[in-house]
Design a protein around this ligand. Structure first.
Ligand code: NZQ
Ligand code: ZN
Length: 382
């Protein structure tokens, strides 16, 4: 193991914590509050933010859409530059937080913001930002990644920069009370796949990373089993904390990581508008079966330690079936059927996008080339 690990985001967890941003955001800094389609206006979060910022100078930018687009965000970049914004407060789910990271970095850059996604510009400077999380799923509230879409070309690409890691994140699970079912389930599934991407690779001797990943997976199974009890504080708080821990950098430190499911899934979202989490459930079972030779040992470990399955020759296969059953239990589909075209044309479109985005050697062994991606899609697309 060799790694460098820091997670500098100050987590404010629990009821009433939104009020404490008053003291965390420096009083003399001009704040840009960024949010999405308006859910925060209906559930009281906006009012709590306005109250907490009553002694600050602040302005707002709304309308960041799910799977945030460069086209929308560039308007916020212009506003941030024109107004001399000194602090950004993202209030929303992964899309708003990711979008705010893009704004924070692009506002400190003279060129086109999209250069950051193309790797033409490395964002080493950004406007400081904080987050109030309203949808636990992505972990974006305390990591340094963001995924942005260029709508015109249907490109959905990630970037990473320590400069956009939130200074603080408020995790008050009360804000989840207004989440639609679909988004709650998305949160469970996204957190699940984040853990899997950093765990189902090859055996390592990393007891802490493996053990913690298994704990997170078991927590998500408990939450799925107790889904009928989701309208209580403990259920909500456990999901919020599990999703946060699944992608805050810890379990991935010093161990191999996969992320192929995510990279292929992003193309499904960009082309067909599939929710991020649901794109993962479509790709992952087929991908695991395709990569069985290299993933068998880790799938067996997961079968035993996470699902409590008995040893057998087909333990790895049964583990994948158990993963599929986890999705089906949540009414999440494991195949793409809604693509508005014939199967062959759909697969060709996805492969062409993977190729144009340089996603031609994915996975922990860089062994998922376009050939394997096509095989995976032959099963995942119906
Ligand atoms: O726009 P508003 O009105 O806020 O409504 C949102 C949106 O329609 C709604 N919502 C959020 N909180 C709510 C609420 N509705 C009622 N009550 C609340 N408390 O939920 C809808 C979906 O929100 P969105 O932010 O899009 O969902 P999610 O958090 O799943 O984020 C998905 C995005 O994150 C990226 C994905 O690619 C996708 O673009 N990811 C970011 C990652 C990261 N930065 O580390 C990693 C992930 O793997 C992922 O790729
Ligand atoms: Zn994800």
């Amino acid at each position: 193991m060799k790694f460098s690990y820091v997670n500098p985001t100050n987590i404010l967890f629990g009821k009433g914590q939104i009020a404490n941003i008053t003291n965390i955001i420096p009083a003399d800094q001009k704040v840009l509050v960024i949010y999405g389609g308006g859910s925060i206006k209906k559930n009281g979060v906006y009012d709590q933010v306005a109250n907490a910022l009553k002694n600050h100078t602040w302005l707002e930018f709304s309308g960041v859409e799910p799977n945030p687009t460069m086209e929308t965000l560039d308007k916020a970049v212009e506003l941030a530059k024109a107004e001399g914004v000194e602090y950004i407060l993202a209030v929303g789910g992964g899309s708003v937080i990711d979008g705010s990271k893009y704004v924070a970095a692009a506002a400190c850059y003279e060129g086109e913001g999209w250069d950051i996604l193309l790797g033409k510009h490395t964002a080493t400077k950004a406007v400081p930002l904080g987050a109030i999380l309203t949808l636990p799923a992505t972990g974006s509230e305390s990591n340094s990644g963001a995924v942005i879409t260029r709508a015109a070309t249907k490109d959905k690409l990630p970037f990473f920069s320590a400069a956009v890691q939130p200074k603080f994140a408020v995790l008050d699970a009360d804000v989840m009370k207004t989440l639609p079912e679909r988004q709650l389930v998305n949160g469970l599934v996204d957190a699940w796949v984040h853990t899997c991407e950093q765990y189902i690779t090859m055996p390592t001797s990393a007891l802490v990373q493996d053990g913690y990943a298994e704990t997170l997976l078991k927590s998500l199974i408990v939450l799925a089993d107790q889904y009928d009890n989701r309208d209580n504080d403990a259920w909500r708080e456990n999901l919020m904390w599990t999703a946060n821990q699944a992608l805050n950098g810890l379990i991935g430190s010093g161990v191999p990581q996969d992320w192929a499911t995510h990279m292929i899934g992003h193309e499904l979202t960009a082309l067909f508008g599939v929710d991020h989490a649901r794109s993962l459930a479509i790709i992952q079972p087929s991908l695991l079966r395709n990569q069985m030779t290299v993933k068998r040992a880790k799938l067996e470990q997961m079968g035993k330690n996470v699902f409590g399955l008995e040893q057998s020759d087909d333990l790895a296969e049964r583990t994948i079936s158990a993963i599929e059953a986890f999705y089906h239990q949540l009414n999440v589909a494991t195949a793409l059927t809604d693509h508005g075209g014939d199967k062959a044309a759909t697969i060709n479109k996805i492969i062409a996008q993977l190729e144009s985005h340089g996603m031609v050697q994915l996975g922990e062994n860089q062994a998922i080339t376009l050939k394997e991606s096509r095989e995976i899609l032959e099963v995942a697309v119906q």
